[in-house]
Design a protein around this ligand. Structure first.
Ligand SMILES: O=C(O)CCC(=O)C(=O)O
Ligand SMILES: [Fe+2]
Length: 332
């Protein structure tokens, strides 16, 4: 695996030719498209998110709000402060309506077929600048989501996102190597894939994304984020997952991200009823979630504790939970 990043080339020229799109997707494990989603839908969501983030004092407000200039210390998924803001963000109607946006759905249906639909689970990423310990590590989505092997993620930046701002990169052809073993990582999902030496011949691809661009990738495709080296601003993006009907999915894909609020809570202030519980009309089987796929070995569990501890000490804080885990690990 060369450390050099190759340039993603857009597949817009294949739009209208569903067979060629599907073949390229099957070959590479991803498809990249430029200028698919209208800016209005993206800017609406970004505006709603930055309003909450400014109120929560993560970022500058007023004239600077849209730049998402960070004024707080960096938070990561799992921190109380992270969840305080996220519990508000996860209710935004503009998040879920973006997953159903017309041009995006047309694209997804070209690739996955007419019955393709988004999972209700819709994820936003709030990546602090120069918080590289928490950059998303190389991983496959399959262990998290399981279900259909045709499960496809759409990664969508909510601003122009040059390589210096830590966008996603993908490892071309990696979806052909099966489900990989896992280790702990401090980044989102707390898991990274252990990449075997068989993958050394593969290349990473990324680009300077622009607002409106979409990256699609299969749930077995290895992907990770580059570091956000912007001097001041958060990288904000969303990722949605799609699959055709008549394929299995797991319960987790039907729940709100982090499962801290209910759909009824999420829907309280929505203006439209159209997208509420839309998946109830869809045809799919529910697969049991296999916890073993996501579980760490005991040795890796111990490494995880050590890494969490080092991180929390470097931030000058230690949660009661980490302290309790550490105490247990030391005294075992
Ligand atoms: O945006 C990120 O940093 C992670 C995104 C990701 O892993 C995904 O879309 O599956
Ligand atoms: Fe992922």
């Amino acid at each position: 695996m060369s450390p050099d990043i190759k340039e993603l080339s857009p597949s817009n020229d294949l739009l209208g030719n569903d067979t060629q799109l599907s073949e390229k997707f099957a070959q590479d494990g991803f498809l990249y498209f430029k200028k698919i989603i209208p800016h209005t839908a993206l800017q609406k969501l970004r505006g709603d998110m930055t309003t909450i983030l400014a109120e929560e004092e993560w970022i500058e407000g007023e004239d600077l709000q849209d730049q998402a200039i960070v004024i707080s210390k960096p938070y990561r998924e799992g921190d109380d402060e992270y969840f305080r803001a996220h519990d508000r963000l996860i209710k935004l109607e503009s998040l879920y309506s973006l997953a159903h946006e017309h041009n995006l759905m047309n694209l997804i249906k070209s690739v996955l077929g007419e019955t393709a639909f988004p999972h209700p689970l819709s994820i936003m990423r709030l990546v602090f600048p120069n918080h590289n310990e928490a950059s998303t590590p190389p991983h496959q989505d399959f262990p998290n989501n399981q279900g259909s092997k045709r499960l496809t993620a759409a990664w969508i930046p909510l601003s122009d996102c040059p390589k210096t701002m830590g966008p996603l990169k993908v490892l071309k052809g990696s979806h052909k190597f099966g489900v990989m073993p896992l280790s702990f990582h401090l980044g989102p999902g707390n898991r990274q894939a252990d990449l075997s030496s068989d993958l050394e011949c593969l290349d990473w691809y990324s680009t300077d994304y622009e607002l409106g661009d979409v990256l699609l990738f299969n749930s077995l495709t290895v992907h990770s984020a580059m570091d956000n080296r912007h001097i001041t601003s958060m990288r904000m993006s969303v990722d949605f997952r799609y699959q055709p009907e008549n394929e299995p999915l797991t319960e987790i894909c039907l729940k709100p991200h982090f499962e801290r609020v209910s759909w009824d809570d999420i829907y309280t202030d929505w203006k439209s009823d159209v997208l509420k519980y839309y998946w109830k009309d869809k045809v799919f089987n529910i697969d049991n979630y296999d916890h073993i796929v996501h579980k760490l070995s005991e040795e890796k569990e111990r490494e995880a504790i050590a890494m969490s501890l080092r991180y929390e000490m470097s931030t000058g804080e230690m949660s009661a939970e980490t302290r309790a885990k550490l105490f247990k690990a030391i005294n075992e």
